[in-house]
Design a protein around this ligand. Sequence first.
Ligand SMILES: C[S@@+](CC[C@H](N)C(=O)[O-])C[C@H]1O[C@@H](n2cnc3c(N)ncnc32)[C@H](O)[C@@H]1O
Length: 327
Amino acid sequence: MRDKDYKEMVNAVVELSKPVHQSVLSDEAVGFLVTRPEGVYVDATLGMGGHTKSILDYTHSRCLVVGLDVDEEAISFSRERLSAYNGHVIYRNSNFSDIDKVLDSLDIREVDGIIADLGMSSFQIESSERGFSFMREEPLDMRMDPRLRFTAYDLINEMTMDEISRVLKMYGEEKWSRRIAKRIVEARDESPIKTSAELARVVSLAIPRKFHPAKIHPATKTFQALRIAVNNELENINEFIGKAVSRLRAGGRLVIISFHSLEDRLVKTSFLRMASPCVCPPGMPECGCGKKSILKIITRTPVIPGDEEILNNPRARSAKMRVGERV
Ligand SMILES: C[S@@+](CC[C@H](N)C(=O)[O-])C[C@H]1O[C@@H](n2cnc3c(N)ncnc32)[C@H](O)[C@@H]1O
C-alpha cells in the first residue's frame, strides 16, 4: 500500500473512532443566532466545537467566536478540530457564569449573539471516564470542571439520607427518592459506593421492578440529579442568563438549548421575567416599579428537533431551544 493511501486510511479510522458529538438543532440555532455575519459571538458551551463550526461556516468565517467551556479537555479537542479557523476563535477554559469577566478580560463590551447548548457532550459521557454514564464501571466523579472540590463520590458517601433524598427529588424529580436514599445509605454502610455502575445497581434495586421506567434506565434521574448538584448547574445557568442578556447589543440574540424540564423551566421563567415590563400590582394608577422589558421573546414555544434529527441523533429527543432578543 502506498504511504499516502495508508495515511488516508489511518486518518479515516481515527476520525471514525472519535466519539462524535452531533450538535443539536444546529441549523436552527445558527439561523436565529446570527444577525450580523461580521459580528462577535459567544459559544458559552464550546464542547466539541460543533455549534462554533456551524457559526463560522454560516458566516464564511467573517465573525469572531469566543468559545467557553469548563472542561479543559473540550477546549483542547475543539482547538484541534477548529484549527483551520485560526484567528476566528478565542478559547477560554471558563464557566459561563463568568461570561462578564471573560468579556471584560478581552475588552469586549457587547456581542451580537450568545449560544448555550446545556448539559454534557457525547465525549464526556462516553470517553471522559468521569462516571457520567450508568452503563460504565467508572469512578463516581461527574465533575465537568476538574477544578471543582466535590465529586459525586463525596456527595453519595458523605451526605445524610435526608440530604440525598432531597437532592434526588429537587434535581432529578425522582419520586422514589426516599427509597433510593435509604438503599444508598445501607449499601455504603457495607462499603463505599465507588463506581457509576455500582451506584446504578443500587438505584435499580431500590425501585420495585414493576415500576422501572419503560424507556429509560431506572438510574437516569439519580444520575441527572447528582450531576446537577456536583456541577452547580442550575445556579450557573441562572447567573449566566442575566449576565448574558446584559452583554448583548440591542437586537443581539441569546439562544439556549436545554435537555430536561428543570433547565427549560429556568430558561423560560428567566426569559419571561426579562421580557415583562412593569411588575406593579394591577390597578395601580401609575407604575412605581420602573421595570422595563429588556428581552423580546422570539420563540413563543420552544423549537424542538424534527423526527429525522431524532432518528439520526437520539440525544436530540429531549432538546428544547428558546431564543430571546435584546431590546
Ligand atoms: C452539550 S455540550 C456542547 C456541545 C457543543 N455545542 C457542540 O456542538 O459540540 C455541553 C458542554 O458545555 C460544557 N459546560 C457545561 N456547563 C458549563 C458551564 N457552566 N460553563 C461552561 N461550560 C459548561 C460541558 O463541559 C460540555 O462540554
